[in-house]
Design a protein around this ligand. Sequence first.
Ligand SMILES: Cc1cc2nc3c(=O)[nH]c(=O)nc-3n(C[C@H](O)[C@H](O)[C@H](O)COP(=O)(O)OP(=O)(O)OC[C@H]3O[C@@H](n4cnc5c(N)ncnc54)[C@H](O)[C@@H]3O)c2cc1C
Length: 415
Amino acid sequence: MRRYSAFAIAREAARHHQGWEKAWRSPAPKDRYDVIVIGAGGHGLATAYYLGKNHGIRNLAVIEKGWLGGGNTGRNTTIIRSNYLQDPSAAIFEKSRSLYETLSQDLNYNIMFSPRGVLMLAQTEHEVRGWQRTAQANRLQGVETQFIGPEKVKELVPIIRLEGPRYPVLGALWQARGGTARHDAVAWGYARACSDMGHDIIQQCEVTGIRSENGQVTGVETTKGSIGCGKLAIVVAGHSGVLAEMAGFRLPIESAPLQALVSEPIKPVIDVVVMANTVHGYLSQSDKGELVIGGGTDGYNGYTQRGSFQHVEETVRALIETFPIISRLRMLRQWGGIVDMTGDRSPIISTTPLGNCFVNCGWGTGGFKAIPGSGWAMADLVAKGTPGPLAAEFGLNRFREGRFIDESVAAGVAH
Ligand SMILES: Cc1cc2nc3c(=O)[nH]c(=O)nc-3n(C[C@H](O)[C@H](O)[C@H](O)COP(=O)(O)OP(=O)(O)OC[C@H]3O[C@@H](n4cnc5c(N)ncnc54)[C@H](O)[C@@H]3O)c2cc1C
């Protein structure tokens, strides 16, 4: 595949853009692959990419029931941060954040990584203590964050109202190297690089069954026929429970819709990401000028990918307390994605009761930021059969042994 470069853009401009190649191939499935990855979201594609790049695996297919990046990867609000409390979480999210910094160069695809800084507001004394504790933990973990006072918050976010009607802004946890990236571009960049390595990305192909013999996986049934495989990676977020059932085991996962919305585009008003967990809402501004606003998860499990008026109302009402200037904005679009949540709100990167079948799920409301790190760790697990240091604590056995990685405050509400 020809590299993208300033020279290529100039050449194609002169040719009326007639010479661009397709970014990825759309092959028919082969009879058998060494590795099949189910799910062409960011995590599945990143797993395939690092299996090729770090472990030299080439006979690999990514199988996707819809279009690549059409799940949560294309529906999220793109916040990237690594300021988690527990050591295993901080390690994998920081690995991921640092991979994001050079991902555009690595993939030769502009993922529009924007390290604009992320603020998590403290609006109660309890939150002040919580974020101060996280800042101390981050210092020990080598993650750069700091607890800042209200004056500094106002300096960073001039449109904020510090003395809210219910909750004043008492400070914030500030991660200057956090930010956002373009979600579609992350999926497209990995897909293009995977295709270039020779991986087959098979879209519009739903996995409907998993075959096994003597406790080992042997292949999958799909809407495009049976495909054999040596190893299988299940990376399907909200549908993890469905695929696990096909493979004959159960996962401690609940799936629920999570919603978001964007406003009409306006001139630049905010150049950082702000998360307000107490009132519950978060805000950033896209390059197009839309305010990207995150809401909550529905209060019941489900598989819908729609938005609802109730969430728009609740989220906007909450955010207006802290950002009164948004009160007269019109909302443009709303949508939902199906998030996969564990009890401790930490992910699962694990072997399974079925031999040579691996699972990566449970990223819940906060897995966009984890895509590169998760793919890296999952590729390690699939290639070697045992987890490397990044994934070691995220096995399914932690639920049996009571070794929870409790991030429920960090990931259960904000993203
Ligand atoms: C509204 C919203 C806001 C969010 N905001 C943030 C945020 O700001 N920051 C952050 O870090 N995270 C955020 N998240 C979470 C993040 O989007 C997810 O954790 C992440 O995208 C999960 O990626 P994935 O690749 O695991 O899943 P997905 O992108 O959902 O990919 C899974 C794929 O598997 C496919 N699949 C399912 N079943 C089958 C089958 N039987 N056969 C073949 N393919 C199948 C699906 O079609 C899908 O494409 C948000 C999520 C939502 C919904």
